[in-house]
Design a protein around this ligand. Structure first.
Ligand code: ARG
Length: 458
């Protein structure tokens, strides 16, 4: 019999019960449901709404249930409507008189809103730590490669020389922003909806602030209708997760390119790559591909959540039960991807020679050649045109700017002298970009230090 059976003359249809039930996925909030109930019951007793004996029974019962669930002595009942009903009915089995008092001045609507916040809060802490671990590995790799020259791209066309550390640290910036986004979302989310009741609070003299304090929350939802029907935090967090996946996916895409036979910039550790069932020579970057693939579903969860919410009238509607699978899957995927990606990055080998070799082709020092003329008094547009003509000449004669004879330079512009070769050496191009945020070893080291300080302070 369902806990709400009083009004009904028939048992629920079996298929409807299965259709309606959320225990298969909301069971994972059992700890948070119990936490919330402990705070609620303690408040009821403090306010004289239930007596000391009832509180004692409730607390003992909840503690036993928690223990039994954790040791596997108690199994979730797949026929239960949801985790809230399941725990309450288990409590009532143990303490028939006191257990029935727990739900005084509470509805599942404010209960589930609270549980999901508490659950999300814990997951935020875990994911934040995983991001910190990833940033630390990026820093570790970057420190090895502040002098490693590589080709920087725009439009995936060779553009200008940078350092590998500079490239890697761009991702550290993205993942750091992801952390701050989670922090932001945490701040807004960490308030208690409990006491909102079904939608219109209650006539009992409850103390909502006390409950919030017990749960380490910074305050209460100020409007009960909003309290039970707000899922912004789920959407915000899913959005933060989608951004993490988008960043991981871009990084994965580059790793996939870099370990291709065409690039060979990196080699994945054998333990972080896979083979082919037919081609004996293959070493495939499956991890990076799966991360890139999984980003699609996490991104889609944001849109599912927004679409699910957008037409709902106030206050609670059962549609909102659909929030959990989307959010939980987004969380699960990110928690699967982050650690394995971090280890893949930590164990990869970098082929600095190949990077240097590739950087030497593609005229990535052409901007610096034009800048040389500017430093000798030419207007940038004229210098740009002359350099373009030199590049065209090189292409026609199978040369690069480094091997182009001085006479040819001078035939195009008298300002060229033999120090042009020094000016366009890739090391010079990189080392001279000392501007904050730039690729020079000096600037990147500064960037790394700042990041170490920020991450250290978390
Ligand atoms: N399982 C439900 C959910 O996730 C709990 C709230 C049910 N409330 C109700 N009025 N039926 O949304």
């Amino acid at each position: 019999m369902a806990l709400w059976a009083g009004r009904f003359k028939k048992e629920i249809n079996e298929n409807v019960n299965a259709f309606n039930s959320s225990i298969s996925f909301d069971a994972r909030m059992y700890k948070h449901d119990i936490m919330g109930s402990i705070a609620h019951a303690s408040m009821l007793c403090k306010q004289g709404i239930i007596d000391e004996k009832s509180l004692k029974d409730i607390l003992t019962g909840l503690d036993e249930i928690l223990n039994d669930l954790e040791t596997g002595k108690l199994l979730f009942d797949p026929n239960a409507e949801d985790i809230h009903m399941f725990i309450e009915s288990e409590l009532t089995k143990k303490y028939p008189v006191s257990g029935k008092k727990l739900h005084t001045a509470r509805s599942r609507n404010d209960q589930v809103a609270l549980d999901l916040r508490l659950y999300t809060r814990d997951e935020m802490k875990d994911i934040k730590q995983m991001l910190i671990d990833l940033i630390n590995v990026i820093i570790e790799q970057s420190l090895q490669h502040t002098e490693t020259i590589m080709c920087g791209y725009t439009h995936l066309q060779r553009a200008q020389p940078i350092t590998f550390a500079h490239h890697l640290m761009a991702y550290a910036q993205m993942f750091y922003r992801d952390i701050t986004r989670i922090d932001d979302c945490y701040e807004r989310m960490n308030v208690s909806p409990l006491g909102s009741g079904a939608l219109a609070t209650t006539t009992y003299p409850i103390d909502r602030e006390f409950v919030a304090q017990q749960l380490g929350m910074s305050g209460i939802c100020e409007n009960s209708l909003d309290g039970v029907s707000d899922r912004d935090y789920a959407i915000e967090f899913a959005n933060a997760l989608a951004l993490i996946m988008m960043h991981l996916s871009r990084f994965s895409e580059e790793m996939i390119l870099w370990c291709s036979w065409e690039f060979k910039y990196i080699e994945l550790d054998d333990a972080y790559a896979t083979g082919s069932s037919i081609m004996p020579q293959k070493k495939n970057p499956d991890i990076a591909e799966l991360v890139r693939g999984k980003s699609a579903r996490v991104i889609n969860h944001v849109s599912s959540l927004l679409t699910m919410m957008k037409g709902l009238p106030l206050a609670y509607n059962k549609d909102m039960q659909e929030d959990k699978e989307a959010l939980f899957d987004a969380i699960d995927q990110v928690k699967l991807c982050l650690p394995v990606f971090t280890d893949m990055l930590k164990t990869m080998k970098v082929n600095t020679q190949k990077m240097r070799e590739f950087a030497a082709k593609g005229f990535i020092n052409a901007t610096d050649c034009a800048d040389y003329l500017v430093k000798h008094g030419k207007a940038f547009r004229d210098a740009y045109k002359t350099t373009g003509e030199l590049v065209a000449y090189c292409i026609d004669h199978d040369l690069v700017l480094e091997t182009l004879p001085l006479e040819v330079y001078q035939a195009h512009d008298k300002a060229f002298d033999k120090d042009i070769y020094e000016a366009i050496a890739l090391e010079t191009c990189v080392n001279n970009r000392v501007v904050d945020g730039g690729p020079s070893p000096e600037a990147v080291k500064k960037q790394i230090q700042k990041m170490q300080k920020k991450v250290g302070a978390l």
